[in-house]
Design a protein around this ligand. Structure first.
Ligand code: URA
Ligand code: SF4
Length: 211
């Protein structure tokens, strides 16, 4: 199966999944969308009201703002893959629970493996916790770090910036840095495609400390 077929297969499995209680409140599952060849994956939290109606990620007010944020980086929605850590809407938009995050995690892992992006942008704390645990978003937002064979940039959730205007200039500035970060990620992955697992000279960490 190629990446596109794998993503379609996952979307099919998600649509009939009963692995956690969120399937009870599901109208349409939201597997995520975008090109299988995307260099950038954006991972949010979970579907809200409109996403549950339409089966597409980030189509409500957060999504409108996300489209603006991508424009800051010179990107269109169709240039990136957009998804969530849970694929079915939590009732009343409550936080996803640990058992739900664990149950749904396998789909996201398979999506990441199929797409093999250079950069994962986490939107919100549940997404960030999957890739960069134990940090505070206020201290690390907009900073790119290598995690295995790709890079992760934790960003504020667009909904946070909609609700708290003081985050707005920060999230806009963070997205404006993205083209430069993508260039850095491409260069670093071309030079050091695989994670260094041996105790060889620390070339890679020195290079990456520039970021
Ligand atoms: N918020 C999210 O985290 N994901 C969506 O798909 C929509 C809003
Ligand atoms: Fe399955 Fe994920 Fe939906 Fe839970 S949220 S029912 S694990 S697809």
């Amino acid at each position: 199966m190629n990446a596109e077929e794998t993503l379609a297969q996952i979307a099919q499995e998600v649509s009939v999944c009963t692995n956690c209680t969120l399937h009870h409140s599901r109208k349409k599952s939201v597997p995520g969308e975008g090109p299988a060849s995307s260099e950038i994956m954006l991972i949010g939290e979970g579907p809200g009201f409109y996403e549950n109606e339409q089966g597409r990620p980030f189509v409500g007010s957060s999504g409108k703002f996300l489209t603006e944020l991508l424009a800051q980086a010179g990107l269109k929605r169709s240039d990136v893959w957009i998804g969530n850590v849970v694929k079915c809407r939590p009732p009343n938009n409550r936080d996803p629970q640990p058992d739900e995050l664990a149950a749904c995690g396998e789909y996201l892992e398979r999506q990441i493996a199929a797409i093999d992006p250079k950069i994962i942008i986490t939107l919100g704390r549940f997404s960030m916790a999957k890739f960069v645990p134990g940090v505070k978003i206020s201290q690390v937002h907009g900073q790119m770090r290598r995690v295995g064979n790709r890079f992760v940039i934790p960003m504020f959730h667009p909904a946070a910036a909609l609700h708290q205007p003081r985050y707005r200039p920060q999230i806009l500035a963070d997205f404006a840095k993205l083209p430069q970060q993508l260039a850095q990620a491409r260069a670093a992955l071309a030079q050091f495609p695989d994670t260094v697992t041996t105790n060889e000279p620390p070339e890679e960490p020195e290079q990456l400390s520039l970021f």
